[in-house]
Ligand binder design. Sequence first.
Ligand code: TPP
Length: 301
Amino acid sequence: MAKLTIPAQELMYPGHAACPGCGPALAMRLLLKGLGPRTLVSIPACCWTVIATPYPTTALRVGVLDNAIEATGASISGMRAAADALGLKDVNIVGFAGDGGTADIGLQALSGMLERRTNAIYVMYDNEAYMNTGIQRSGATPWGAWTTTTPVSPSLRGKPEPKKDIMGIVLAHRPTYAATLNPSFPEDFDRKVEHARDLTGPRFFHVFTPCPPGWRFDSAETIALGRLATDSGVFPLYEVEEGRLRITRKTGQLKPVSDYLSAQGRFRHLTPDDVARIQAQVTEDWERLLRREREEIVRSH
Ligand SMILES: Cc1ncc(C[n+]2csc(CCOP(=O)(O)OP(=O)(O)O)c2C)c(N)n1
């Protein structure tokens, strides 16, 4: 059997306020295993505020700054400046925010942090909606998905707009390192975290984090659903460093997206034509990713 390379240390307490099967909870657990105890995390308003710090308790063994939803990028720039001023060495400064707080409300603060080349790691955990406030659609909600603000009715059939390409936006800033991560592939996840930990400059993780109540699936299926997302091409795993893109999981043949979609209640209303449209988009995006890997240089500094 292959040696398990994931660090045994647990920097998240077993008692916390996340739902059963919470993808974002798994993401934080794996992230902190890879980063280690010399880590400070800034968390804006999102599910993770509720999970981490229901007063007077905490779910984390590392320091946490609770910040405003639009401010994660700015807050980690400030934390890095403070750590430098205090002479704190080898401290990982991390922003950990949802898709709403990153791709929508906090986008300018993220852009500023990347452009200033802040020496920190920004993590966007993507549960594809504003979950903490009741499953409202975000810029990262995929086309066709039911949410409470994109209902299924005679006049609307889920979200009519496509998902925002956050990796494209981040890569336009030429960060030191950017990668997509999925807790269903913990070795790949941990390798990227440990690699990024030892780099200097702005680093970004886009993390796939299923949400059982928001996506309408059984909480026992989180890991299986995550595997389907990557193996169908819906959420490919790759990393970009010094302008070079590398796909970190290839299975030869992608699974049909219908396997992934049919496992979730939020897509239950989709017609065969809708599914075919999504399949065409996923196939096109996957082929573009393969081309970008072959072209090698995505963006250089
Ligand atoms: C400026 C501002 N607008 C709205 C809110 C209310 N609010 C708190 S958490 C939240 C949802 C955040 O969604 P996301 O960032 O996707 O994280 P998730 O809840 O899904 O974990 C919202 C809208 C707020 N706190 N501040």
